[in-house]
Write a protein that binds this ligand. Sequence first.
Ligand SMILES: [Zn+2]
Length: 84
Amino acid sequence: MKNCVDCGREIPEEALYCMFCRAEQPVVTTVTPDQLRSALRNLKDEIMSEVRELLEEQHQQKPGFFAQLRSSLEELDRKTGLKK
Ligand SMILES: [Zn+2]
C-alpha cells in the first residue's frame, strides 16, 4: 500500500490513479545499473533488427554510411558500458 499524493488515503501500491480523489500518482521505479544495461541492449537489438535492411540499402547507395553508424554504435557501447 501507499498513500495518495493528493488526499493521503491508502491506495494499492500499483494504482496509477487514486480511487478516492482520482489524483494521478507518480510512478516510482527503481532500476539497477544491470537492468538498465540489459534494457539498453534489448532496445539496441530491436532497433538494429528493424533497421538492418534499411541500412543495407543505404550502404548500397552511400558507401561508408554503415561503417559510420557502426562506429557511432560502438561509441554508444563505450559510453553506456555495454562493452568493456
Ligand atoms: Zn486521493
